[in-house]
Write a new protein. Sequence first.
Length: 610
Amino acid sequence: MIVKLLHEGETTIQLKNVIRYNTVDKEYLNSIDNPRLLQAVSNLGIIDITDKTSYQDFMLKFISEISLNKSISTNKRQKKLYAHEVVSFEDGDNSNYTQDELIKIAIETLNSIYDMDNTPYILWPQVDSGRLHFHIVRSEFNNMGAYQRVKNSKLKMRSACEKIELKYSLTLTGKNVSDEIRQANNPMLKVMKNCKLEAQYNHQKNISEAINQDMPLSKIKRKSYNLLMDDTYQSEAENVAQQNHLKIKNHIESKQKVNDKIENIKSTLFTLYKESKDETDFIEAIETQGITMDLLKHAKSGKSKGIVFHYQGESISGGKISSSMTLGKIKKRFPNFIHTLEKPPSLRSTFNQQRNILDFHIEQISKYYKQRNNNNNGDILIYFGKKNIEARPYNYNLKLSSNKDSIRFGPATPNDLDLTLSINVALENGWKGAILTNSSTDFLKRMMKVAYDNDPDLLFFVKSDKTHQLRYADLKEIKPELTADNLKTALKNKLIAEKDLQTVHQDLVTLLKSKATQPDQQGYALALEKGFKLEELDKKTPQQLQHFYHHKTFNISNKTALTKKEIPQKHLNKNDREECLEKLKNESDVELVKKTKSNDEIHKNRIRPI
């Protein structure tokens, strides 16, 4: 059973319009095949719907009665004059009860909140939507002038419907079947039906007007044509009406296709939601179908207030699919839904862990936290000690996977204590490094700061799955005195934002030059300044770097080969001199070997005497 407030009015003109709407507001809706006015019931007397004059007199009496009730009211601040509501039942209820019995049930439901016995009202049964329902117009003031508007009337009416359903064994809804997931009706069915009826009615009306425009000669021509020909005669006016009807018909068909597409999407979403076991299963199923979800946020508070699904250019709110798919109902069924959907930051180890679940105890790391095992998948949930785990088991601070290779943060925004704990948990489980996923720049900065404060050697313990995410200023804020090795690591890990890369590169060259005491170190700094990459330079030998320092190239040619004649001894320092001597010694040994080998060949090829 559903009771819905359609609107409230303040003037008698609005009241007359709503009475006309419930009578024969639109001609195309009132026909033999689709009757609009079936019956009218009121507590002011019997209404004869077959007598037009009597019907109109009764409606004027009804309007006067409502106006009189408002005039005797002492509450002059209230402006609402009347309320227009609709009451509907399920098809099974319509077949189990007669129309008069359902009318009594509808009035009894309203009477549980409003004083319907002493309040003027009119009820109209209608079936134009394909299902029997009742439109009710009632006064906002009773016969004593008391104001009938109720605070939170929607919630109170919902509760009243649930009680009536149990009393009369009607189809259960609301909290009576709170765990049941039911798909919402298609609201466009009635709209599309009415559009088709209106288009057909207007077409017949236009054709009739076009025929009436015939001149006497045209009428004779029409009769003759219709008698002699297989098809019927059509004048120019009829052709224009036919073309206009065809355009309207095509427009309605295009709208019908869009509506069918939306209904297919709604049906798919409903099926996926109903069959999903948890929020992860639901989100993965949605993404597999190519459907995306967005959470609607309050402009000021930033809190989530609704959910919208997007597919192929169409957007559908959750409540339009099912009353069980509003954001509130989804959160009630899947408490961790928003947390899973927004994909909060998490850590994963740089290599697979192989540890038994019994090896880990949070008490050994911090006495302020406690843990609980997830029996379904073996994950370890870590909570702050004062949290009520029984009431909110999903409100964990950290989640350690069963194989100890990932750490996930809880629904609430983690504080620095949680971040420190995550680093300690990772170290306790033997992690050599961690990759941070789904993080912002600020969160990465916080993680690196916590790790560095815990141990300066852990500055780069946490790496991001995104490249070029951290600003140079942020890195210097974490550690003001950056070393050359720190800058090298930051560049190799592609940590620094692209706009700061040149600055970091220049600072690294400056640091290397200031700290260089040997030719190979100077060659490294010089090569880096010339544009060589760090990975390439790290593969060079000290001799190659030293060669680059002297010759500005890594290519060793004959002209640059070290010989005793070309390098004056007075220009060589101690290290250069020793290197040159070693190289000359090696060259002398090579020449000696070649000479000995040549002599052996001569003796070998010499003819010995017999």
